[in-house]
Ligand binder design. Structure first.
Ligand SMILES: C[S@@+](CC[C@H](N)C(=O)[O-])C[C@H]1O[C@@H](n2cnc3c(N)ncnc32)[C@H](O)[C@@H]1O
Length: 300
């Protein structure tokens, strides 16, 4: 996890300083390719460092890179060689056509979460007065996508990480979104200070942590760079989903909806719990890879 990602030694330069002060872009492609970074990723990193489009990079392979930019390029390529996700290196990820700022305090928004956004937009009326609660907002991905699509809705987005909320608030500012309010705390708890009529919603949405603590994937791939508290939900991976499902009814008006992203193997568990807690119309949506991903239920 986060703690294991600190770099143990300084970046090894692709070119030794003094050896080649002036380097053409095409040589950088060759050297990073030899080191194991794909052509596409090198192109994206170069575009980020030089502040020019990828098309321009392709059109100018002979362009010289100055030594300052080379140093920056080397350090970013080095991070990629350590398997750090490109989104953290570039500090940016696209979600629902929005460019979101990300850093290691937040989960990198995933394309499968767009299924959840789409489901919410399809089921709730595009009318003023609709109140939505996004639990565990991270970078703000779900809340901001809904807010941009439905500027008349009022959205509350919570997270227990104040560092994550700082990223979400920055993203809201950058997108000039004004209909999301951010609250810090454990799941529903920040709402308890509000008057009862301000803590009832037409939908509660969440992409909570749902990986079990002993999931071997955690240490084997890019997940190790993401915040532990965004991924792990106790030993079973079901702790947070269970808490949200069992408490959600108290925060929903009659006929309101609950939308939950979950792990590919948690469909039956989530649907069973939703029914046990009195939700009707329960069903599940698959992601683009055909995996069970989003559980939906309606309060009676
Ligand atoms: C899987 S990430 C989802 C982030 C974002 N919603 C998305 O879809 O990209 C889960 C988020 O839940 C937050 N979280 C974890 N435990 C929490 C808790 N007990 N109360 C509130 N938020 C929590 C994490 O900090 C993290 O931002």
């Amino acid at each position: 996890m986060k703690s294991s990602k600190s770099l143990k030694s300084p970046p090894a330069p692709l070119f030794q300083s003094g050896e080649r002060n002036e380097v053409q872009l095409r040589h950088l492609f060759q050297s990073s390719g030899r080191a194991g970074v794909s052509h596409l990723e090198t192109e994206v990193i170069l575009s980020h460092v030089l502040g020019i489009s990828r098309a321009m990079i392709r059109a100018r392979p002979e362009q010289i890179m100055n030594s300052e930019d080379q140093k920056r390029f080397n350090s970013l390529i080095y991070r990629r060689l350590q398997k750090e996700p490109l989104a953290y290196i570039l500090e940016e990820k696209e979600f629902w056509s929005l460019s979101l700022q990300v850093n290691s305090d937040v989960l990198i928004p995933r394309p499968e979460t767009e299924i959840l956004v789409e489901a919410v937009l399809q089921r709730l009326p595009d009318e003023p007065g609709i109140q939505i609660l996004d639990l565990g907002t991270g970078s703000g991905a779900i809340a901001l996508a809904l807010a941009v699509e439905r500027p008349h809705w009022q959205i509350i987005a919570t997270d227990k990480s104040s560092d994550a909320l700082a990223v979400a608030i920055e993203n809201a500012k950058k997108l000039a979104v004004t209909n999301v309010k951010f609250l810090c705390g454990d799941w529903f708890s920040p709402l308890l200070e509000r008057p009862i009529h301000q803590r009832l919603f037409h939908a509660v949405v969440s992409n909570p942590p749902y990986v079990s603590a002993d999931d071997f994937n955690l240490n084997q791939n890019e997940l190790q760079f993401e915040p532990e508290q965004a991924l792990i939900a106790g030993e079973s991976g079901f702790q947070d989903l269970r808490q949200i499902v069992t408490q959600a009814s108290d925060f929903l008006v009659s006929k309101a909806w609950l939308f939950l992203e979950h792990g590919y193997n948690q469909r039956e568990q989530v649907l069973f719990l939703l029914r046990k807690c009195g939700f009707i119309e329960t069903h599940d949506l698959k992601d683009l890879a055909g995996l069970d991903r989003v559980a939906i239920g309606q309060k009676l």
